[in-house]
Design a protein around this ligand. Structure first.
Ligand code: ADP
Ligand code: MG
Length: 495
């Protein structure tokens, strides 16, 4: 017996289509988009059975967008995030395979689009609501205006966080370029660089800066129309417009703004049809000299699965990156936030946090909030011990385990000696000093005991290690350059 579980997707597909042969499966005469979408649903019905089909597939609406090169993209509007995740995880591959068999060149993209009317009927999106119209059929202008009338406007912006202002943004070396660029676009009515592209890792302040720009313009140039939204929201709006046949007002609304900000643009990587729409919107605005601001987690050329023309277009203006906060900036941010929280956080605690939490500002903030909340709840004053206690879990994951091997390698690299010299008996200063630095760092950064460390350095005695640690402390005390060197190595190792 062949187990069903081992069947490949194609086999299952064949099985599904054998069970209910489709009228028009041969590829030389592809189905019309409407017919292909209903054929796909039929195949899914057979494959899943009536109950699962009703639960997962029936509430989904599809629209097809055909590109100039002849790709038919099925744009699925799925009512909830949960359903989207479920369908993507369980049926994603099947739907993609089926679709590419039904049309000549196919692609599938999905977005969460909540049904317009609150209806408890089984098919909330189509038949029962007075506003929703089936996605296929002749273009209906009535339905478009109904949909927009209902939602007020097609494009609804994301709300702005009141804390994310320029005033609350602490500037340091790692973010000064991005900050200056953001200030500039917020204050210039004719763009000097377009787009402004902000990028950097998670939690480094991209969203904060974009909101700050929006606040600033709202306050100082109330006539300028600003739209801020995430790329995910952009896609959602687009698919919703398709679903309600309202792409005309969608385009109009986007193209009539003075400043368009799209956050986390990496989200549309691999979503070619959405990218294409974004590309057109983008060009339309830039051609009209309207400011576009885009953020992403990577530089334009490093964006994954992004069309080349969009990638290059995104890099045309000013590209500003946000670097991870260095110690000084972390300290500055913590001081500012602690003050906002009403003070009472000792400097020692702030320094401790700035040292220990280097990952990103969001985490830094989270740690501070936790300590202050804890102190208020249990009525304790904030101290170093209390901080360590409250943040035990965070601190444990932040402290990366460094091995002695890594230390030896890094230190040898840094001083340009061979790793073998870490173990050798050579006593020339050129190798002995780096070896001592490595021993010192091994003592500082690993939980290894002195004898263990000695053994790792060519079987040396633990007293040699003690001597090394003392020597390095001594040298650091009167030679700031040397101290900096060791400090740098420590940071490098701690990542
Ligand atoms: P990103 O969008 O880059 O992932 P966010 O803008 O959401 O990051 O920032 C994460 C958190 O860190 C926010 O609460 C933000 O206010 C704060 N933050 C980041 N950078 C700074 C900064 N330079 N000054 C003050 N707060 C900051
Ligand atoms: Mg963000």
């Amino acid at each position: 017996m062949v187990s069903k579980v081992n069947l490949s997707q194609t086999q299952m597909l064949q099985e599904a289509s054998e069970a209910q042969p489709l009228p028009n499966m041969n590829l030389s005469s592809p189905l019309s988009p409407e017919a292909a979408w209903s054929a796909l649903r039929e195949q899914m019905r057979v494959r899943l059975g009536e109950t699962a089909y009703r639960r997962w597939i029936e509430p989904v609406t599809g629209s097809v967008v055909s590109s100039e090169e002849g790709t038919a993209t099925l744009m699925l509007a799925i009512p909830t995030r949960f359903m989207r995740d479920w369908i993507e995880a369980h049926y994603g591959d099947t739907i993609r395979t089926m679709w590419s068999q039904l049309v000549k060149k196919g692609a599938v993209e999905w977005a969460v689009v909540a049904p317009v009317a609150k209806s408890t009927s089984e098919t909330p999106k189509v038949a029962k609501s007075s506003v929703a119209v089936p996605s296929f059929g002749p273009p209906s202008f009535a339905s478009a205006s109904q949909a927009s009338a209902l939602s007020g406007s097609i494009v609804d912006e994301a709300p702005l966080d009141p804390r994310f202002t320029f005033d609350n943004f602490v500037v340091g070396k790692p973010n000064e370029l991005a900050y200056a660029a953001a200030m500039r676009v917020a204050d210039t009515e004719t763009p000097t660089f377009n787009p402004l592209f902000l990028y950097g890792g998670s939690g480094l302040g991209k969203t904060h800066l974009m909101h700050a720009i929006a606040w600033h313009i709202r306050q100082n140039y109330p006539n300028r129309r600003v739209i801020y939204m995430s790329a995910e929201k952009f896609m959602y709006q687009f698919v919703r417009a398709l679903r309600y046949k309202d792409t005309v007002s969608f385009k109009e609304q986007f193209r009539s703004v003075d400043v368009l900000m799209i956050d986390d643009v990496q989200f549309i990587g691999g979503k070619d049809t959405t990218q294409e729409e974004f590309f057109h919107t983008f060009n339309a605005l830039v051609d009209r000299n309207r400011q576009v601001i885009v953020s992403a987690d990577k530089s334009p050329q490093d964006l994954d699965r992004m069309e080349e023309r969009l990638r290059s277009r995104l890099g045309w203006g000013l590209v500003a990156d946000l670097h991870p906060a260095n110690y000084e900036l972390r300290l500055g941010i913590l001081h500012a936030k602690a003050e906002k929280l009403g003070g009472g956080v000792p400097d020692k605690v702030i320094e401790f946090l700035a040292h220990k939490i280097a990952s990103n500002v969001r985490e830094l903030e989270g740690a501070l909030n936790r300590i202050v909340a804890h102190a208020q709840l249990v009525g304790r004053t904030i101290s170093l011990e209390m901080t360590q206690e409250v943040l035990a879990d965070v601190l444990r994951v932040t402290e990366r385990r460094v091995t002695i091997d890594e230390i030896q390698k890094k230190v040898a690299e840094h001083y340009n000696i061979r790793v073998a010299d870490m173990h050798s008996a050579r006593r020339a200063r050129a190798v002995a000093r780096p070896r001592q630095v490595a021993m010192y760092l091994a003592k500082q950064l690993t939980p290894r005991s002195l004898p263990e460390i000695g053994r790792k350095f060519g079987g040396r005695d633990h007293t040699t290690v003690i001597h090394a640690v003392r020597k390095i402390e001594e040298l650091s005390a009167y030679d700031p350059t040397f101290k900096e060197d060791v400090e740098l190595l420590r940071r490098l190792l701690q990542g």
